[in-house]
Design a protein around this ligand. Structure first.
Ligand SMILES: [Zn+2]
Length: 276
């Protein structure tokens, strides 16, 4: 497992020590976390207990949840710069975990539902997900009768096919999110055993899928910081002049990705990534 954590972290460009993990119990406990909560990924006794959702606005904190048919709900607020990651199986869906995440991000970061972006990640699809009448009666209690047809289909054997993707989409819309800001991956875990872990397909003998999201740490810098960096370069690499007018910037006026390339530099070639 340690090896898989390292492989994933390398592929996505973070360190495993930046992770904060859930401890999922099919509940709706949501925790706001930060740097102080990271660094426990390989420890047996982690501090976070019985928590199915995580939110943060601290760059460099990677939130991770686990699945094997249940639904990952992943959030990003491009205005307030915050992220969230939650586990929503059928119990979490009945408890309206998606709505609770939207509400929590509003409380913690001032996120407006209409700004939020969400992904409903790979999980079990409606045609693979047969459930009994007692599960459906739970859904009937919390969804409008007008939506029932969209959420499940009754079969001749008295069982039902349940659509957790649609149910979660309805919840997020009712929480105020825009339909065009909700992406459904449409990838069924039960139908892709070669690629994904599925509890149903393997009858419980399986590993876990992980969903991860985080904000990148700010690596932008000012013109002065770039000039200082250049002064420390060996003379032959030092540019005579940098055309700052052409270098891409972020809304604060800082240079967004401080990668200086030939086209911005007169004199000598500078190909350098500047980090603080
Ligand atoms: Zn399926």
């Amino acid at each position: 497992m340690k090896r898989n954590h390292c492989l994933l972290a390398k592929a996505l460009g973070y360190e495993p020590e930046q992770l904060v993990l859930t401890d999922q119990v099919h509940g709706t406990e949501i925790l706001r976390v930060g740097k102080a909560d990271t660094g426990e990924v390989f420890e047996d006794n982690r501090r976070i207990r019985e928590t199915d959702g995580l939110v943060t606005d601290e760059p460099g904190v990677m939130l991770m949840t686990f699945f094997a048919d249940c639904v990952p709900l992943i959030f990003y607020d491009p205005v307030r710069h915050a992220v969230g990651n939650a586990h929503s199986g059928w119990r979490g869906t009945v408890l309206r975990m998606g709505e609770k995440m939207v509400e929590r991000m509003r409380l913690e970061f001032g996120s407006r539902p209409e700004d939020l972006r969400a992904v409903i990640g790979p999980s079990i699809c409606q045609s693979c997900y047969e459930v009994s009448a007692d599960v459906i009666s739970e859904f009937q209690k919390v969804f409008d009768k007008a939506d029932w047809d969209q959420i499940y289909e009754e079969k001749q054997n008295g069982h039902y096919q349940l659509d957790l993707w649609r149910a979660n989409e309805i919840i997020l819309r009712e929480a105020g999110m825009k339909p065009e800001h909700i992406a459904v991956s449409g990838l069924c875990t039960n139908e892709h055993p070669e690629l994904l872990f599925s509890h149903r397909y393997t009858k419980g003998k399986r590993g876990n899928l992980a969903a991860v999201i985080g904000l990148k740490e700010d690596v932008s810098c000012t013109e002065e910081e770039i000039m200082e960096f250049c002064r420390e370069l060996p003379r032959y690499k030092r540019p005579k002049k940098i055309i700052f007018d052409e270098v891409p910037r972020n809304p604060t006026g800082k240079i967004e990705k401080p990668v200086l390339r030939e086209r911005y530099c007169h004199g000598s070639l500078v190909e350098a990534q500047i980090r603080n």
